[in-house]
Write a protein that binds this ligand. Structure first.
Ligand code: UDP
Length: 244
């Protein structure tokens, strides 16, 4: 384990701040590094507990950062607090402020087109080396990867949702010489204003997940992972206190 890592239910989280993480990835991009970044929330941690194949994928990541207040709360409960949330969305926005070549893979076709326009308008220093929507089959997937390799972006934002984005990254990354691959979930929808981010006060009160649930009630099942996660964390914390 890197000395900056804190284990939450056996998943090694990188302990850093949002601003430092953006700078670290920027440096890595300038050095033409190849990296796999996972932005993990409680759902991802719970998924890894029941799906060994997915857990193995996470273990190949160079960084797993805490995207989700539940992870921060868990780290506090377990006595080793992580500095702060490091989200896929904020990492993407931070990197878009840098003069880098970025590729955007994922989201619906119309959102994908809008991403290109939005980035060109709002982040003129970013070079959009390409975009592709996230609805493709296995054959197209190979073609898309070949195209990205040719374009040689510094950063590849992958917005296919989890676990598809992590699986896609791991299936392709070995073919690349360089590139920072980062799974960013629904971030393209937020970037293009197709989905609203929770107002700051909800985030401050650590209730962003409630806001997201209320704005999208049909996804309630996914949110069950959060109380389940907190329950497992409580058990783990009791076990640690007993010194087992
Ligand atoms: N998505 C995609 N291809 C698919 C399924 C989903 O590109 O086959 C996109 C979807 O359009 C959305 C993103 O993946 O922009 C993330 O979806 P979701 O909000 O479910 O992911 P989360 O951030 O909650 O993991």
């Amino acid at each position: 384990m890197k000395n900056q890592e804190i284990s939450i239910l056996n998943i090694p989280f990188y302990n850093t701040t949002q601003a430092d993480f953006v700078e670290e990835l920027y440096e890595a991009a300038l050095n033409e590094e190849r990296l796999f970044v996972v932005t993990a929330n409680p759902e991802i941690v719970m998924h890894a507990r029941t799906d060994k194949e997915f857990e193995a994928i996470l273990r190949q990541a160079d960084y797993i950062v805490p995207d989700g207040i539940g992870i921060i709360m868990a780290s506090e409960k377990l006595g080793e607090p992580l500095a702060e949330r490091v989200t896929g969305y904020d990492t993407m926005i931070g990197l878009l402020d840098k003069p880098l070549r970025c590729y955007f893979l994922g989201a619906k076709p119309e959102v994908s087109q809008a991403v290109e326009e939005k980035v060109k308008e709002k982040y003129p220093q970013t070079v959009v080396s390409g975009v592709h929507h996230g609805y493709f089959d296995a054959l197209e997937s190979e073609k898309i990867a070949e195209d990205i390799i040719k374009k040689q972006p510094d950063i590849i934002f992958v917005a296919l949702g989890s676990p598809a984005q992590e699986k896609w990254i791991l299936s392709q990354i070995a073919n690349f010489k360089k590139g920072i691959f980062i799974g960013v979930g629904g971030s393209f929808d937020v970037l293009t204003d197709n989905v609203k981010r929770a107002p700051k006060i909800w985030v401050k009160l650590r209730l962003e997940w409630v806001y997201r649930l209320l704005s999208n009630p049909s996804r309630w099942k996914r949110f069950l992972a959060i109380p389940q996660f907190m329950l497992v964390v409580r058990k783990e914390s009791k076990r640690l206190k007993k010194g087992e």
